[in-house]
Design a protein around this ligand. Structure first.
Ligand code: AHG
Ligand code: MN
Ligand code: MN
Ligand code: MN
Length: 337
């Protein structure tokens, strides 16, 4: 028998007593998953589909937009705005929130996403992904216009999070707070089929992911943690570790979910408040997935899911993966920074 489909998994979750998956959330996740299939199709055409390269525009993050950043963003908007399950959405590629147009019914959920994560990898045919996060709109939001402030909830309030990864296989990795499940796209029939889960992060895999070129921005605690493992400090860990950095958070997090290790994109120690990754579109959803798989996710010290959101495009340092390693980073940070 072929593995369970995403549709069947979600319907069975909906039937559970005190289900974490009401029908509206199920439809929302199915809609996002469907849009990810279309994005996968567009990506796979590459130069033949005229989807590679950059546009002349910059997004609100100050990044040059790739064609696929905009294509994927628009596909997600088009797929989600008419279905009646969303109150509004927000994306890395849109300056402010996207309200549901008056001609469509409004639902009770808020969707946030990074339409293409790792977009610098698109033109060189390396893995990229789509990351998404779902909150409930605050009580009373249905009777008024949704605002940016409605999105500024702590990550611990997320009701679902996941990503699609467009790699050698196209996969969807999802949590609704009941563990983390992996689905592989069966292209022959267009279905997502469960191929792993519930995922548990392996402990003790000596593998670390960090962009070494940012070393001058690291705090002393981060520098010590890395130097002891892959740097020039003699000690019991020297020579034990392997290094991996893909430039796509989705690909690095997927590897960690599958075989352990730790990922770090620390905030810039030389410029207070400066960091690379976005709290709402990247750090929060990945932190929910990692915690649901038994891992830990912090900004170096505090739990990501407890970070107070103060702006839609807020950035945050990220250290996630094997909980013992994340704890060691925290100890060093507390002792040295
Ligand atoms: P995005 O493509 O959505 O802007 O995100 C890229 C992020 C993340 O995927 C990755 O871990 C990191 O930026 C790579 O940053 P560097 O270029 O500094 O390595
Ligand atoms: Mn970007
Ligand atoms: Mn990203
Ligand atoms: Mn992006």
């Amino acid at each position: 028998m072929k593995p369970t489909t995403l549709t069947r998994f979600l319907i069975e979750q909906q039937r559970e007593p005190n289900s974490a998956c009401p029908a509206e959330l199920r439809l929302l996740i199915e809609t996002v998953a469907r849009a990810c299939k279309v994005i996968a199709q567009a990506i796979s055409k590459g130069a033949l589909g005229d989807v590679l390269g950059s546009l002349g525009s910059e997004n609100v993050q100050g990044e040059v937009q790739k064609k696929l950043d905009v294509i994927a963003n628009d596909l997600l908007v088009d797929a989600n705005e008419w279905g009646g399950h969303l109150a509004a959405m927000a994306s890395e590629e849109m300056e402010t929130i996207h309200r549901i147009p008056g001609r469509y019914p409004k639902g009770e959920y808020l969707l946030l996403y990074d339409p293409i994560d790792g977009s610098s990898n698109i033109d060189v045919d390396l893995s990229v992904g789509t990351i998404f996060s779902v909150f409930k709109a605050p009580e009373g939001a249905s009777g008024r216009e949704v605002t940016e402030a409605d999105f500024l909830q702590k990550g611990s309030e997320q009701v679902a999070a996941g990503y699609a990864i467009y790699g050698p296989q196209t996969m969807l990795v999802l949590t609704i707070g009941t563990g983390v499940y992996e689905f592989t796209l069966d292209r022959e029939v267009g279905a997502w089929r469960m191929t792993d889960g519930p995922l548990r992060i392996a402990s003790g895999n000596p593998e670390v992911a960090i962009n070494m070129a940012r070393r001058s921005q690291w705090s002393p605690g981060i520098a010590r943690y890395i130097d002891e493992r892959v740097g020039c400090v003699d000690g019991p860990l020297a020579g034990q570790y392997n290094m991996r950095w893909t430039g796509s958070m989705v690909a690095d997090v997927h590897r960690i979910l599958k075989r352990g290790g730790v990922f770090l994109y620390p905030s810039d120690h030389t410029k207070p408040g400066k960091a690379r990754l976005r709290l709402l579109y990247e750090a929060n959803p990945m932190a929910m997935l990692i915690e649901q798989a038994g891992g830990a996710a912090t900004d170096g010290r505090e739990r990501i899911l407890d970070v107070e959101a103060i702006g839609l495009h807020q950035r945050v340092g990220v250290v996630l993966g094997d909980p013992e390693e994340v704890a060691k980073v925290r100890e060093l940070s507390l002792a040295m920074d």
